[in-house]
Design a binder for this molecule. Structure first.
Ligand SMILES: [Zn+2]
Length: 737
C-alpha cells in the first residue's frame, strides 16, 4: 500500500502545480445555500422532533349541470391549526379566478407584434363569451353567521372570529359556482370536451372547490398567486364528496365509492367485485357496447355519487355518459391490493383497452419499489384528449387513435408515457407533498426520473424521452441566457420541459448510475420517500437525505446540477506515454520531462501513443522519510515498474460542471478497460486534472465517457488521439463543404 501511495503522491504533487484557472469552490459545502436546520427540519434531511403540518378536512356537495356546463357547490372545511403560531386569518385558494375577467394572468403575459400572426395568438382579442372565475355566494361559520373575507385574485383571506391557537380547529362553510371551461378551446388542466357526433360532454373536473392554502414552518402561508403555471400547494385531509350528475353518467373519482347500490347496476357491482381479485387482466365494469348505448340516453334526472378519501391533498373527478370502465387489482409487497382503473370514451379505443390499465399497474409496481407501497385504494387513468394532469388517485391523460381507430407507435408510447407520468404523480407530489407553486422540479423532476425507471423496467425498448443522459445534451449546451438553474421558481423558468422535467430527471439518473451507484442511490431515494410521505418536503430535505443515507458528499453535485447552468464537457487535453529505463542516453536524448508544464493540445495525426518517453527511478531522499519510518523497497519498485506503461493524462473541465471521469483504454490487442475516477479529482483544481494510469498493455486510444452517461456536450474532445475527422465547421471555413 505504502509504495503505491508514494508513487501516486509524487504524481499528485506534480499534478497540483498546473495553472489553477478560476477557483469557484465547487466542492465547498452548501452552507447558507440551504436553510438552517431547526426543531422542525433536521440537518440530516428528516423531519425534526417538533415537525408539524396543518390539516384540512372537507365535506363537499357539488352539482354538475350538463345543460349549462356549470359546477355549483357548498362545502364545510374543518381546519386544524397544528402550528405553534396563533392565526388571526386563514387563506383559501380560488384557482378558478385565474380565468376571471380581472385575472392578472393575461396582463403579465408578454407579446409582441409581427406582420403575420396566427389567429389563435392575436393579443387581446376574445371571441367566445366564456365567463370564468368563482362566484362566491357565501362564507359562513359553523352557525351560519357571515364571516369577513377579502378576495385578492386567486386567494381569499377569511378572518377568524377569534384567534386560532395551537391545537384549535375551525369549521366554516363556503357556497360557490362557476362555469366549466371548454379545455379543448381555452386550455386548462381540467374542463369539458364536447363530442358533436353524439352531442355529449366528457368532464374532467379539478380545482373545482375553494381549497385551503398551505401554512408551513418554512414559508408561512403559501399564498403566491396562481398565474397558471406554478401549480399547487395543498395540505392533507379527509374528504367526503357528494357529486350530483345526470343519472346516466359514470363517475371516476378520487376516493372510494360509498353508495354503489344507488349508483351502479347489480351487474356493474358484480363486475366491480370480480375486478378486486383479477390480478392478471382488467375486468370490464362498463363495456364499449354498453357505453355506446349510454351515449344515446340523455337522462334528465340525476344521481348522487358519494366518495370518501382519507389523507389526500386534493380531490378531482371525471363524469360522462360516454365512459367505458375497466379495472384490475395490483398486488403490492406489503399485501395491499389497490385497483388500477381506466375510464375512457370509445374514441380512445382500441388503444385504451389495450394499454391504459396495464400502464397503471406497471406504474404502481415500479414506483412502490422505489418509494413506498402505494397507499390508496384506487389509481385511475381517465382518457382526456391533449392533456396530462394529475390528482390524488386520479389523472387525465391524452393518447387518441384516429377516427378509424388506427394509431402510430409514437401515439402509443406517448400515451403510455403520460399515463405512467401522471399516475406516478400520486407519489410526487400527492403523497410526498412538495410545494409545486414554488418548485416545479420537486414533483416533475423526481416523478420523471421514476417514470424513466418504469419505462426501462416494465417495457422492452421503450423510446424514453427524458432520463437518458444523451437526451439532455442539446439543452445543456444551449445559450446560457435561455437557461435557468433548476432551483428557479416555476414562474421564472425558461424552457419549462427541459428545466423542470428533463434536467432533474437526467441528473438523478446520472446520480444513480454514475455517481452513487444503484445500491446507495436507491436506498437513499427510498429513505427520502419514507421520511416525507404524507409530509411537506423542501429541496434541502432531499439534498440532505441523499447524503445522510449514503455517506457521499453530494454538495458539489447539487450545486452544479441544481443551482448552476454549467454543462459537462470534460476533455482529454493531452496524453504522455512513459516507460521506465536505466539507459542514461535515452533520458538525455529526449526533451526534458517535467510534470509542471502547461498541458499541450491533443494530437490529431501523429500521437504520443506511438513512441514512449522515458523516465527513471531515483532513490528517495532521506528528507521524505520521517523518523523511524520504514524505507520503501527501491529494488522491488523498479522491478514492478520495468515493464509497465505509464500514461499521464491531462483532463480539462471545459463545461464547468464537475463530474466523475470515466476513462476507457483501448489496448493494442483490441480489448478495452474502463476506470472511473470520482468527481473529487477536481476538488483542488476545478479546471485541469492530471493523472497517471499504469497499464500492462500498450494503449492505442483513450476515450472519456465512452457510454455517454455524463451528458458530455462535446464528444470530439473526449478522444485521444483526436479522430482525424474535421468538423463540419472547419470544412465550411475551408470551402470544401
Ligand atoms: Zn407532471
Amino acid at each position: 500500500m505504502k509504495k503505491v501511495f508514494l508513487l501516486f503522491s509524487l504524481v499528485f504533487i506534480y499534478g497540483t502545480s498546473f495553472g489553477q484557472g478560476k477557483y469557484e469552490g465547487k466542492f465547498e459545502q452548501m452552507g447558507t445555500l440551504l436553510p438552517s436546520p431547526n426543531v422542525y427540519r433536521t440537518a440530516s434531511g428528516a423531519p425534526g422532533p417538533e415537525y408539524w403540518q396543518q390539516r384540512a378536512d372537507y365535506d363537499i356537495d357539488v352539482k354538475l349541470d350538463d345543460n349549462k356546463q356549470t359546477i355549483t357547490g357548498s362545502e364545510t372545511i374543518t381546519y386544524y391549526n397544528n402550528s405553534p403560531n396563533p392565526l388571526g386569518y386563514i387563506w383559501v385558494q380560488l384557482d378558478q379566478n385565474m380565468r376571471a375577467t380581472d385575472s392578472h394572468t393575461p396582463k403579465v403575459a408578454t407579446n409582441g407584434m409581427r406582420d403575420t400572426l396566427y389567429s389563435k395568438w392575436v393579443p387581446g382579442i376574445e371571441v367566445n363569451d366564456y365567463e370564468g372565475g368563482y362566484n362566491i355566494k357565501s362564507v359562513t361559520d359553523e352557525n351560519g353567521n357571515d364571516l369577513k373575507y377579502f378576495i385578492n385574485k386567486t386567494m381569499m383571506r377569511v378572518e377568524l372570529p377569534s384567534v386560532m391557537n395551537n391545537g384549535d380547529t375551525f369549521k366554516f362553510n363556503i357556497e360557490w359556482s362557476y362555469n366549466i371551461n371548454d379545455r379543448m378551446s381555452d386550455g386548462g388542466r381540467s374542463g369539458l370536451e364536447y363530442f358533436p357526433e353524439d352531442d355529449n360532454f366528457l368532464y374532467t373536473i379539478a380545482q373545482f372547490y375553494p381549497r385551503m392554502a398551505v401554512y408551513s414552518d418554512f414559508d408561512g402561508w403559501q399564498n403566491k398567486q396562481f398565474l397558471g403555471r406554478g401549480e399547487f400547494a395543498l395540505p392533507f385531509g379527509n374528504y367526503e364528496v357528494s357529486i350530483t350528475v345526470p343519472s346516466d353518467h359514470i363517475i371516476a373519482s378520487t376516493g372510494t365509492l360509498q353508495n354503489p347500490k344507488e349508483t351502479l347496476t347489480e351487474e356493474q357491482r358484480e363486475r366491480f367485485e370480480k375486478a378486486k381479485t383479477s390480478f392478471d387482466k382488467p375486468v370490464f365494469i362498463v363495456t364499449e357496447k354498453e357505453a355506446i348505448k349510454n351515449e344515446k340516453k340523455k337522462a334528465s334526472d340525476t344521481k348522487t355519487w358519494v366518495f370518501k378519501a382519507e389523507n389526500v391533498r386534493d380531490f378531482a373527478f371525471a363524469s360522462s355518459r360516454k365512459f367505458i370502465w375497466d379495472a384490475q387489482a395490483v398486488k403490492l409487497p406489503n399485501g395491499n391490493t389497490p385497483l388500477a382503473m381506466s375510464f375512457y370514451s370509445k374514441e380512445g379505443n382500441p388503444l385504451w383497452e389495450e394499454e391504459s390499465t396495464k400502464a397503471v399497474v406497471n406504474t404502481l409496481k415500479t414506483y412502490s419499489k422505489y418509494t413506498i407501497d402505494y397507499p390508496y385504494p384506487v389509481a385511475i387513468s381517465v382518457h382526456a384528449a391533449s392533456i396530462g394532469m394529475e390528482y390524488p388517485m386520479i389523472c387525465f391523460n391524452f393518447g387518441r387513435p384516429d377516427e378509424k381507430g388506427n394509431y402510430s407507435e409514437t401515439t402509443k408510447y406517448r400515451m403510455i408515457g403520460v399515463i405512467i407520468h401522471e399516475v406516478g404523480h400520486n407519489f410526487f407530489p400527492m403523497i410526498i407533498n412538495s410545494d409545486e407553486r414554488q418548485w416545479t422540479w420537486m414533483d416533475e423532476g423526481l416523478n420523471t426520473f421514476v417514470q424513466y425507471r418504469t419505462e426501462v423496467e416494465q417495457y422492452d425498448n421503450f423510446p424514453s424521452r427524458r432520463g437518458p443522459a444523451a437526451n439532455i445534451v442539446r439543452y445543456m449546451k444551449g445559450e446560457k441566457q435561455y437557461i435557468r438553474p433548476i432551483m428557479t421558481n416555476s414562474e421564472q423558468i425558461l424552457q419549462f420541459g427541459n428545466n423542470a422535467y428533463g434536467k432533474p430527471a437526467t441528473a438523478l439518473n446520472i446520480l444513480r448510475e454514475t455517481v452513487m451507484g444503484p445500491e446507495l442511490f436507491d436506498y437513499a431515494f427510498k429513505e427520502y420517500a419514507k421520511r416525507w410521505a404524507f409530509k411537506h418536503p423542501t429541496p434541502a430535505d432531499l439534498f440532505r437525505t441523499m447524503e445522510d443515507a449514503s455517506a457521499i458528499d453530494l454538495d458539489w453535485f447539487w450545486k452544479g446540477w441544481f443551482y448552476s447552468t454549467d454543462h459537462v464537457d470534460i476533455t482529454v487535453e493531452n496524453v504522455r506515454w512513459f516507460k521506465y529505463t536505466e539507459d542514461k542516453e535515452k533520458l538525455e536524448n529526449q526533451v526534458s520531462v517535467s510534470a509542471s508544464q502547461e498541458p499541450g493540445e491533443a494530437s490529431e495525426g501523429e500521437t504520443a501513443l506511438e513512441e514512449p518517453m522515458y523516465f527513471t527511478i531515483a532513490e528517495t531522499p532521506d528528507r521524505y522519510y520521517g523518523e523511524f519510518m520504514n524505507r520503501v523497497d527501491e529494488k522491488e519498485i523498479v522491478n514492478k515498474a520495468k515493464d509497465k506503461n505509464f500514461y499521464e493524462i491531462t483532463f480539462e473541465n471545459e463545461g464547468g460542471l464537475v463530474m466523475p471521469i470515466i476513462v476507457e483504454f483501448t489496448y493494442a490487442d483490441g480489448t478495452t478497460e474502463t476506470q472511473k475516477i470520482p468527481a473529487e479529482i477536481w476538488r483542488r483544481n476545478e479546471n485541469v486534472a492530471v493523472k497517471t494510469f499504469v497499464t500492462e498493455k500498450e494503449v492505442t486510444r483513450i476515450t472519456v465517457d465512452p457510454n455517454l452517461e455524463t451528458a458530455d456536450v462535446n464528444l470530439e474532445n473526449n478522444v485521444y488521439p483526436r479522430k482525424d475527422v474535421k468538423s463540419a465547421f472547419d470544412k465550411f471555413k475551408e470551402g470544401t463543404n
